[in-house]
Structures are given as C-alpha cells and as structure tokens.
Design a protein around this ligand. Structure first.
Ligand SMILES: Cc1cc2nc3c(=O)[nH]c(=O)nc-3n(C[C@H](O)[C@H](O)[C@H](O)COP(=O)(O)O)c2cc1C
Length: 364
C-alpha cells in the first residue's frame, strides 16, 4: 500500500498491493483522474462504458436537492491504455467562493491541516485534493473493478443505512442475496424501507434549511466473494479494505459485520456456528461480516462506514485568521452537500470492489 500527496508535477494519492490505483488532481484544477496498474492485459476492452457512466452518474453532483448544486457531468475520458489512465475535466469550479475564506480555516475541513503541511503549495479551492470530488476518479477505477468482479460472480452493492440516527431496516447478514442488494442500490434514494427514506430526506431538508448539515452510515455488501482472500494482520481483508474506506473524505469509522456491537455480546452470541449444507461449509449467522483472522470465509462481506456531517455549513462559526492570529467569525457561502451520505453510496461500492479485486489478484 502506498499513499503520497505532495507537489511534484502533480498531487497524487495511491493505494493497492497487487492492483495499484493512483488518484490525481484537485477540485478546482483543470482535471482530476486516475491511473490503474496491474489489471490483466485487455481487461479494459471488456468494460461496458455505458454501465460505467451510469455508475458515475449515481455519484455526480447537482442531480437533486440533497447534493451540491455544482454541475459536473463526470464523463471519464480514456487518456492512455498503458498505463490505464482516465481523466475527468472540471467544468464548473467557482473559485471566487473560496477566495472569500481568505486565511480563515473552515472548522471540520482540511484547510488548517493542509496549511500546516503544504502552506501555499497546493490549491485548496473547493477543498483541493481533500475534496469529495476526488471520489469521482475513485469511482472510475471502482466501477471497472465492480464489472470485473461481477463477471467472476461477485456482486458489490451499498445502501444508506442511516441518516442522523434514522435507520433503514437491518438485513440478514448470513442470507443476503445479490438480487436483494442490487435492487436497493439501484434506487434513487437507496434504502430498503422507503418510509424511513422519506424521514431521512426530511432530516436532510431540515438541516439544509437551517444552514446546517447531517451525517449518516452507508452499508456496503459483497455477495459471492470466495473464501481465502486476505492474510493475517496487516494484509487482512479488514485492513486492506479499511485503508481504501478511510481514504474517502468524511469517513470517521468503519465496522465489519456486527461491528462495535460485538463488544457488548457474549462469546456464545457472537460466534457464528458452522454448518455443512450442500457440501459447503457456511455459518448460520454472520456477525464476523465474512472475515475471520483477516481471511474471507465465503460468507457475504459486510462493512458499515460512518460519515460525519458535511463540514462546510452556512451557520456562523468561530475560527481564527491564521495571518493575524485573531479570532474570526466565518460564514461559508459556497455550494455544498447538506449530507454526503447519498453520494457516498457508489463511492463505498467502488472502494470495496477495488480492495477485493486487489486481494483476488494476489500472486497473479
Ligand atoms: C461524496 C462526498 C461529497 C462531499 N461534499 C462536501 C461538501 O460539499 N462540502 C464539504 O465541506 N465537505 C464535503 N465532503 C467532505 C470533505 O471532503 C471532508 O470532510 C474534508 O475533506 C475533511 O476530511 P475528513 O472529514 O476526512 O477529515 C464530501 C465528501 C464526500 C465523500
């Protein structure tokens, strides 16, 4: 796994052991993009570009009242097959919104830490390389990985699990099917219980009307993943996936299977009993989320990602002018998502698909 961010000829950040994905650019740079190395030769020729565009459209901004009004078509342009490189042109950046911030860092955003580390060396307009916009190239690579996995019988799909404490219906972690998760992730507002979905929408609308924001959780599931992926400790499936999940801006916690709840269970409640049905060893429950000892056990892989509320809110906040070192009041006027969770659903799918494909390519 590698990750770097610095101004050489361009800012970039990379991950992957067997499949290397490098994301480059910034929110208000002319372009953002990705380089994907390690795919089998010719793999890109088997990719359905219309399906990839439909996947990108699920994340794209400006599509509904729950997303930033910034209008970007997010069309992947193939720049090179070797190394496999895609770019997306940034067409609707409005840097004037960010000039108004001056030397005053937004609470909850990366302005302060980016200033400490890079000074004026990077363009932080629109959040620069820290922006949610950097998940668009992640979705190019992840959309390709999803199609490759699908051809191998692995389905990766996600849904909104909660928004500001309003929960969708739990799924059966042991029995969840590919059809079930595909149906929910294909919805415009991907929840199983549409009544809960309406309450979540009202919660986002109410926060937005107050100039505030809300967070929530995304649940991402892989069905059909073979047993035996991953290795002990740092090569474990949870470690490999978490690295990619935590690269998604605004993710503050990741849980696998029963997650944090395991700390309140008895061993006899948490352990998933083994069963031998149809010549296959499975488990009757799936509190482990498909992973034991860092290695996949053939059950559905289940992860939950907790997203914080969008940091850029228009309510007045306390900050500091970093030049004068005096207290400063901040009112943010740019275009922002009142809740990032809806747009993060395909991003979580992209991240899990890439991590699984990376592990599947071990030794290939
Ligand atoms: C899809 C997506 C969209 C986002 N949109 C915004 C946004 O409109 N405004 C904002 O301030 N942060 C947004 N974020 C979150 C910030 O990029 C993130 O909180 C910030 O870079 C600080 O990083 P951290 O929260 O991981 O510490 C978004 C994140 C994602 C995944």
């Amino acid at each position: 796994m590698r990750s770097s961010c610095g101004r050489s000829d361009r800012i970039e950040s990379a991950f992957g052991d067997n499949l290397k994905v490098t994301i480059f650019g910034g929110s208000h740079e002319p372009e953002i993009g990705c380089v994907i190395e390690g795919l089998p030769a010719g793999a890109i020729d088997g990719i359905d570009m219309e399906e990839l565009q439909a996947f990108m459209d699920r994340r794209a901004p400006g599509r509904n009242e729950f997303s930033t009004p910034r209008k970007e078509n997010d069309i992947p342009v193939l720049k090179s097959k070797d190394p496999l490189t895609f770019i997306i042109e940034n067409k609707n950046a409005r840097s004037s919104d960010y000039k108004k911030l001056g030397n005053i860092p937004r609470p909850g955003h990366a302005d302060f830490t980016a200033h400490i580390k890079y000074g004026d060396d990077i363009n932080m307009a629109g959040g620069g390389p820290f922006s949610g916009r950097m998940t668009a190239p992640l979705c190019i690579a992840g959309g390709i990985a999803k199609q490759i996995l699908k051809a191998k019988g692995v389905t990766v799909c996600a849904r909104i699990r909660s928004v500001h404490g309003i929960n969708d219906t739990p799924i059966n972690y042991a029995g969840v099917t590919a059809n079930e998760i595909e149906a929910v992730s294909a919805k415009g507002f991907p929840v199983m219980d549409d009544n809960a979905g309406e309450k979540m929408k009202d919660e986002i609308r109410a926060a937005k009307a107050r100039g505030d924001s809300v967070g929530g959780k995304v649940e991402v599931v892989a069905v059909g993943c073979p047993a035996g992926l991953g290795s002990p400790m740092y090569g474990g499936a949870e470690s490999v996936m978490s690295r990619v999940f935590f690269g998604i801006p605004a993710v503050k916690a990741v849980e696998f299977g029963a997650g944090c709840d395991v700390s309140e269970m008895l061993g006899s409640e948490n352990n998933d009993p083994f069963t031998a049905a149809g010549g296959e060893i499975k488990t009757a429950t799936n509190n482990a989320g498909g992973i034991l000892g860092g290695i996949t056990d053939g059950m559905p892989i289940i992860a939950k990602l907790a997203f914080k509320p969008t940091p850029s809110i228009s309510i007045e906040q306390d900050s500091v002018d970093m030049e004068t070192m005096k207290p400063a009041k901040l009112v943010i006027q740019g275009r922002h998502d009142p809740c990032v969770v809806l747009r993060a659903v395909p991003v979580a799918e992209a991240a899990m698909a890439l991590a699984i494909l990376d592990m599947m390519m071990e030794g290939k």
